[in-house]
Design a protein around this ligand. Structure first.
Ligand code: MG
Length: 388
C-alpha cells in the first residue's frame, strides 16, 4: 500500500497482514501475531508467515512422496483412485472453503491441511499398524507424530536448521489425537483453523473413498440407499436431472452434493457454536472445551453412518484387506533385513542410528518410503536377478 492508502502494483506482506487484521474474524489467527519459528528468520518481503509455511510444505520431499502412497487402494491397482496426495489436496480444498466462509486464516488452514498426512508410511493404515507393531518396545509409531518428526527434524533442505522450521501455529495445528504420544508435547494453542482441517479430512475421505469404492465395484449403488446422505442427495439429483441418463455423471453429482451439504452444515453449525459459546477472541477460544467447528446433530449422524458403512463394506472388504496385508508383509520383512545387518541401509539413514538408535532409524526410513519404493526394495532383496 502506498502513502495515500491505495493498493500499488505490488503488494507486500504488510498489505496482507493489514487485510487479515481488517477482514478476518477477531478469533482468526493473524500472521502478524504469530509466535514465530524455533530458529529465527527474517520475514519475507511479500509472503506472510503462513503462506511461507505452506510453500515450504509443498516443496518438501515428504509432500512429493504422497503421490505414491496409498489412501485405500494400493497405487498400482489403478490410475484413477485417490492417493495420499489427491486426498491431501481434496482435504485442503474443503478446509479452505470452510475457513474462508468463516473468515478464518485460509493460509494457515491450507498449510495445516497440506501437511496433515505427511507422516503416513506406505500402504496406508495397514502400513501404520505394521510399523506400530514393530516399534512396540521402541517408542511406537503413529502417523501424526511422524508428521511432526518430518517437519521438525527429518526434512533436510535447509542449511540453517533441520526440518522446515514452520511457525508455532502451524506446528500446533499438526498436534493431533493420541494423547499418549504427547505427554510432554500436548497442544498448547488451539485454533479454529486446525479444527477445520480435522473435520474436512473426515468429509474428504468419506466421500472420495465412497467414490473409489463405487469405481472399483467393491461397493454397489444399491447398497448405498440405506445411507441418509446418499438417499437425500440422490433424490434431489434424480428430480433435478430427471431426463438425464448418464449413471456415472449422476453418481458424481450425488457425491459432489454430499460434500457440499456437509461443508455447508459445518459452516452454518459452527457459526451457531461461535455465537452460543460467546467466542470473541483467540483467548476465549483457548478457554473453550466443546467443539466449535462441528456438524449439526443430523450432519454428525449422517457422516457417522457413512463412515460406519465404509468401514464395514469397503475397508473390511476382502480385496482391500488382501492389498494392505500384502503391504504389511513387505514392511515387516524389510524391517528384519535392515535390523539383522544395518549396513544395508543407505548411509544417510544409517547415520541417524547414532542419535536415535537402530529401530527408530529403520522406522523413519521405512515410513518415508512410497508404496512403489517399498515394493522395489523388497524385490531388490529377494529376487536373485534384481540389481541391488
Ligand atoms: Mg487425512
Amino acid at each position: 500500500m502506498n502513502k495515500t492508502g491505495a493498493i500499488g502494483l505490488k503488494v507486500t506482506r504488510f498489505d496482507y497482514q493489514k487485510y487479515e487484521e481488517n477482514f478476518l474474524a477477531p478469533y482468526a489467527v493473524k500472521s502478524s501475531q504469530s509466535r514465530g519459528r524455533k530458529h529465527k528468520e527474517k520475514e519475507h518481503e511479500f509472503r506472510t508467515a503462513f503462506q511461507r509455511d505452506r510453500d515450504r510444505i509443498i516443496h518438501s520431499t515428504a509432500f512429493r512422496r504422497l503421490e505414491y502412497k496409498t489412501q485405500v487402494f494400493v497405487n498400482h491397482e489403478g490410475d484413477h483412485y485417490r492417493t495420499r496426495l489427491t486426498h491431501t489436496l481434496e482435504t485442503s480444498q474443503i478446509a479452505r472453503t470452510i475457513g474462508r466462509a468463516l473468515r478464518l486464516n485460509e493460509d494457515l488452514v491450507e498449510a495445516i491441511a497440506l501437511a496433515h498426512d505427511l507422516g503416513h508410511g506406505p500402504f496406508g493404515h495397514a502400513g501404520e499398524w505394521a510399523l506400530s507393531e514393530l516399534m512396540k518396545n521402541h517408542g511406537g509409531f503413529e502417523h501424526n507424530v511422524q508428521t511432526l518428526r518430518i517437519v521438525e527434524e527429518l526434512e533436510d533442505s535447509y542449511v540453517d536448521f533441520p526440518g522446515l522450521n514452520l511457525t508455532f501455529e502451524t506446528l500446533e495445528g499438526l498436534k493431533k489425537h493420541p494423547e499418549r504420544f504427547y505427554r510432554r508435547r500436548a497442544q498448547r494453542f488451539r485454533s479454529l483453523e486446525a479444527d477445520i482441517v480435522d473435520l474436512a479430512d473426515e468429509i474428504a475421505y468419506s466421500n472420495h473413498d465412497l467414490d473409489d469404492g463405487l469405481r472399483s465395484e467393491l461397493l454397489s449403488e444399491a447398497s448405498l440407499r440405506d445411507l441418509h446422505l446418499w438417499r437425500e442427495a440422490e433424490k434431489y439429483i434424480g428430480n433435478k436431472y430427471a431426463s438425464f441418463s448418464s449413471r456415472t455423471q449422476k453418481k458424481r453429482l450425488t457425491i459432489r452434493l454430499m460434500i457440499n451439504r456437509l461443508a455447508t452444515d459445518v459452516v452454518e453449525h459452527s457459526v451457531k457454536q461461535i455465537r452460543r459459546l460467546g467466542i470473541r477472541s483467540l483467548d476465549d477460544l483457548q478457554k473453550t472445551r466443546p467443539p466449535v467447528i462441528s456438524l449439526s446433530d443430523t450432519g454428525r449422524r449422517s457422516l457417522a453412518e457413512l463412515k460406519r458403512f465404509l468401514y464395514q463394506n469397503l475397508y473390511q472388504n476382502y480385496r482391500v484387506i488382501r492389498m494392505t496385508d500384502k503391504g504389511q508383509r513387505f514392511l515387516k520383512a524389510l524391517f528384519q533385513i535392515y535390523l539383522q545387518k544395518p549396513e544395508q541401509l543407505p548411509p544417510d539413514a544409517l547415520m541417524r542410528r547414532k542419535k536415535e538408535g537402530i529401530h527408530r532409524a529403520i522406522c523413519d526410513y521405512l515410513a518415508g518410503m512410497t508404496d512403489r519404493f517399498a515394493l522395489d526394495e523388497y524385490k531388490r532383496f529377494f529376487e536373485p536377478y534384481e540389481r541391488v
